[in-house]
Design a protein around this ligand. Sequence first.
Ligand SMILES: [Zn+2]
Length: 239
Amino acid sequence: MARTDQSQFKCPICGYSGLFADHSVGANIKRKYAFCPRCGAAERHRLQSKVLDVILPEFAATSKSALHFAPETFFVNALKGSFGSYKTSDLFRNDTDIRADICDLPLPDASVDFVYASHVLEHVPDDRRAIAEIYRILRPGGIAILPVPIYSTGNRSSDHTVEYGRPRKEEEGHVRAPGLDYFDRYLEVFEDVRIYCSEEFPVIPNDNQLYIRAPSGGPDVIYDLLPDYVPVCRKSDAS
Ligand SMILES: [Zn+2]
């Protein structure tokens, strides 16, 4: 039987302190301590928030522009307040500024300084075209933050990307399970890619819970601490 443990955490996004909610499907816990109960942020969002804290102070400016795909509500204000121009985009949603296909953006070359698209590319069949398109619209020296789920339910080992060839309904429409080698696709296009990882942040009492805590699959209920990753891709100043 699972022990009831009362670990407490802090949410770096909304400031909540206390118990976090598990991600469960039926009676099965898929990810322990996944969600902040106040703002709904998951592990990946909390790690991304820590990375934004590092990136934005030195990069963002009122003279710069940001484009946010599939915008998470809890990141909107931070990004909007950090850039002079801030626009949202999505292929399906009606509540964004630009309804567009990430593979064919209605934006000029070198017109945006900062692109944020978290957990988008695993839904895009021609993701290399999307990556090239993001590079195209970035100004020289621009940044794209492009996280994908490395530890998904279908790809627990996570070293190698598995292409499904079609959207998998049971995996929220993902067309692939990205592995750690997925980030090589960014290096094919961008001059510099820095991968931030949960392991850069210590696991201590009342921390921000930046790991995916997945059941180990053995007879006892043990949760493995799986790191998440935030790739930050830079277009060279000389491009
Ligand atoms: Zn929160």
